[in-house]
Design a protein around this ligand. Structure first.
Ligand code: IYR
Length: 226
């Protein structure tokens, strides 16, 4: 009997070691695939089967989380009426953000990305997925208790969602209308759930454009101590 099997609540990790060539080749291929991911604001209205969205959400649900509380709810919307309500509310907030709330230090870094208060992607994309972060949970005795590292946990889950969408040949955009309290009302989520990210998912529009920007190099983003 292995050590793990003697401990109640534990099982043995199933780990299949890869040959070192296979490890390198998978590392290269995954990086090259992910490096082709680009964020676009221009979506086609072409339909995407619900099964693909379910798979992306399931993949996001494999994320590690604080105390394994999995403090996330993914709300997937394809209803044109609900997408329109979200767009109208987002554009109302974003109009104020761009015209009144945004300091020049923020506007200057957004300019190269070509963003504005018009959020066509919220009605054009066939699916709009909203990630809600759960800041609290109910204990078995009915009392409320906090969740832990829910921002970090949901951030990691969002990264896995974005990777899954890219890997299945679709595009998504990380949209953060601000403030985004209206999403709780429209989507009827409880008070302890906080909208964190809006992710339209679909095919890119024909001739979708992207900013001509590049990524930092390995040297710029890392430091090694050996
Ligand atoms: N929430 C606004 C503004 C915005 C902010 C950042 I930081 C971006 O990277 C892009 C946009 C919007 O969604 O337009």
């Amino acid at each position: 009997m292995s050590k793990a099997e003697e401990e109640p609540g534990f099982i043995t990790l199933e780990f299949v070691e890869l040959l070192s060539d296979e490890m390198s080749s998978r590392a290269d291929k995954f990086y090259e695939m992910m490096d082709k991911r680009r964020t676009t604001r221009h979506f086609s209205d072409r339909e995407v089967p619900r099964k693909l969205i379910e798979r992306a959400i399931q993949t996001a649900g494999t994320s590690p989380s604080g105390a394994h509380l999995q403090p996330w709810t993914f709300v997937a919307v394809s209803s044109p009426e609900i997408k329109m309500s979200i767009r109208e509310a987002a554009e109302r907030e974003e109009t104020k953000t761009y015209s009144e709330r945004m300091p020049e230090s923020w506007a200057e870094v957004l300019r190269p990305l070509g963003t504005d208060h018009i959020k066509e992607h919220l009605t054009e994309a066939p699916w709009v997925v909203i990630l809600f972060r759960q800041s609290k949970r109910i204990r078995e005795n009915g009392e409320w208790a906090p969740t832990y590292y829910s921002q970090e946990s949901c951030g990691i889950a969002a990264g896995l969602f974005i990777s899954a969408v890219h890997n299945m040949g679709l595009v998504t955009l990380t949209h953060t209308p601000s403030p985004m309290g209206f999403l709780r009302d429209i989507l009827q989520r409880p008070d302890h759930e906080h909208a964190m990210l809006v992710l339209p998912v679909g095919f890119p529009a024909e001739n979708a454009s992207i900013p001509n920007i590049s990524r930092k190099t390995l040297e710029e983003i890392s430091e090694f101590f050996e």
